[in-house]
Design a protein around this ligand. Structure first.
Ligand SMILES: Cc1cc2nc3c(=O)[nH]c(=O)nc-3n(C[C@H](O)[C@H](O)[C@H](O)COP(=O)(O)OP(=O)(O)OC[C@H]3O[C@@H](n4cnc5c(N)ncnc54)[C@H](O)[C@@H]3O)c2cc1C
Length: 430
């Protein structure tokens, strides 16, 4: 079998490429390891409740991506309700904009003073740790930004670079910023409207996207072997498929592992470069809770190390359809890494967390609980990432291989950017 464009992975990036190739009547096929499309943006149904793999909502700075997605399916736009759990109280998220609402006057004062003195005290910054002190000052850093980010990233913040922060880390109180449709991602803003499929889970966007080329998607078909020189892959079903152009959206580290047909020198070189790519994993705990404890709350963020998750998502507050569900669907996101293993008594701690946020009164309010691991959840921006990526891509391009997407391109991007990458990629082929 020979295909013009062979795509590995039926997540948002692979599907977007497929969608726009189909429009151009190009010859292509998507090989997907799982039994359905969606990748990290898929949803799961547990005990009648709908969960995503960590809290998802749709928001984009790309006008054309928003128009495209809205043309695929109806979306519900809801005002984002995110809060910070601090000791026994909750304030709106992010902490750096709303700390003044804390009922602890001494802490509020420390944050204010820190903000005032930050520029003289922390003049230069070259890593994420220094950036936090420089941008937020002592108080906000001590009470939220440093512990929260240490908890989330599970590693020394001095080893994290800062090329992503303008897109993701909200500015402190007093600094105006806006999430606009100007093609530049900005941090999510309080009370901003975010979108979600009007019916079902987040994955509905990608199920809708794939409808027009279902026949081109081969599910339950893992790519296990890639011969770069002879330009073919072998799948778990022992199918051998030749290609002119290969686009991989699978995690780049895993892709390099299954490359063959090149010299040992080149393979070793690629493997060494891939060692410079770091990632963060998540344990996702899915709880079905009796009743609806909150009518609008969507996210809680916590910097407290006694509480395992850094983020808790209330999935049934993502759309009006889900709001009508009789029970709450709570997702707890707990990151882990070599330096930050999961606590041994995590289950006890998670139940205590549910009580602390008043989602349950007693354990009997939990109707269902299970957890899953997401090995590749966040690409970590280290100083070596850009160089390693550049060199890997250059080598692969010589073989007409492109590797794109969240873990294909090792970029901290959301599904909207994945769609944009698909649009641009197909345009670049014309
Ligand atoms: C906790 C969390 C919260 C997020 N929140 C949001 C949000 O609010 N909004 C948003 O838009 N995005 C969000 N994202 C990001 C979004 O989920 C990803 O950006 C998006 O799914 C990435 O798409 P992708 O196609 O690049 O990769 P993936 O989704 O990872 O898809 C890759 C596909 O490749 C397949 N694959 C892997 N190996 C093989 C193989 N050997 N052979 C065949 N197939 C293979 C996989 O099964 C998968 O389907 C979030 C992500 C996380 C982890």
């Amino acid at each position: 079998m020979k295909i013009d464009v062979l795509i590995i992975g039926g997540g948002p990036t692979g599907l977007s490429i497929g969608y726009f190739l189909k429009k151009e009547n190009r010859d292509f096929i998507i090989l997907e390891r799982e039994d359905r499309v969606g990748g990290i943006s898929k949803s799961i149904k547990l005990n009648g409740s709908i969960f995503d793999l960590g809290g998802h909502s749709f928001h984009t700075p790309y006008q054309e991506v928003e128009e495209f997605v809205k043309s695929l399916l109806p979306l519900d736009g809801l005002e984002r309700d995110a809060r910070v759990l601090f000791k026994d109280t909750m304030i709106p998220y992010p902490f750096q904009k709303f700390f003044y609402l804390l009922p602890y006057s001494e802490i509020v004062r420390e944050c204010e003073v820190g903000l005032k003195n930050k520029k003289e005290k922390y003049k230069n910054f070259s890593n994420f740790y220094e950036y936090i002190l420089h941008t937020f000052g002592d108080g906000i850093s001590k009470y939220f930004m440093l512990p929260y980010n240490q908890k989330l990233w599970g590693r020394n913040l001095k080893n994290i670079s800062i090329e992503w922060v303008n897109e993701r880390v909200a500015a402190p109180k007093g600094v105006q910023e806006e999430f606009k449709k100007d093609g530049k991602r900005r941090p999510l803003q309080p009370k901003m409207v975010v979108y979600y499929p009007r019916k079902g889970g987040f994955e509905e966007i990608f199920i809708s996207m794939s409808k027009s080329f279902k026949d081109k998607i081969l599910v339950n078909e893992t790519v296990e072997y890639v011969d770069l020189k002879q330009k073919f892959v072998v799948t778990s079903k022992k199918r051998k498929i030749y290609w002119n152009l290969l686009v991989s959206t699978m995690p780049l580290i895993d892709f390099i592992d299954i490359i063959f047909g090149i010299s040992d020198f080149e393979k070793d070189h690629l493997s060494r470069l891939s060692n410079d790519l770091e990632y963060l994993s998540l344990r996702l705990d899915f709880f079905v809770i009796r009743g609806r404890p909150y009518s609008s709350l969507q996210r809680i963020y916590s910097a407290d190390f006694k509480i395992p998750p850094h983020k808790i998502a209330f999935n049934h507050n993502s759309s009006n359809y889900l709001k009508r569900m009789p029970n709450e669907a709570i997702i707890m996101e707990t990151s882990f890494s070599k330096e930050k293993p999961l606590p041994e008594d995590i289950n006890v701690k998670l139940i205590n967390t549910l009580k602390a946020i008043k989602a349950i009164a007693t354990e009997s309010d939990i109707i269902y609980h299970e957890h899953q691991f997401l090995k590749y959840a966040y690409p970590v921006y280290t100083r070596k990432r850009v160089t390693a990526l550049g060199m890997i891509r250059k080598i692969l391009k010589n073989y007409n291989v492109f590797t794109v997407g969240r873990f294909g391109g090792w970029e901290y991007i959301n599904s909207d950017k994945c769609i944009k990458i698909g649009m641009n990629f197909v345009k670049s082929l014309k």
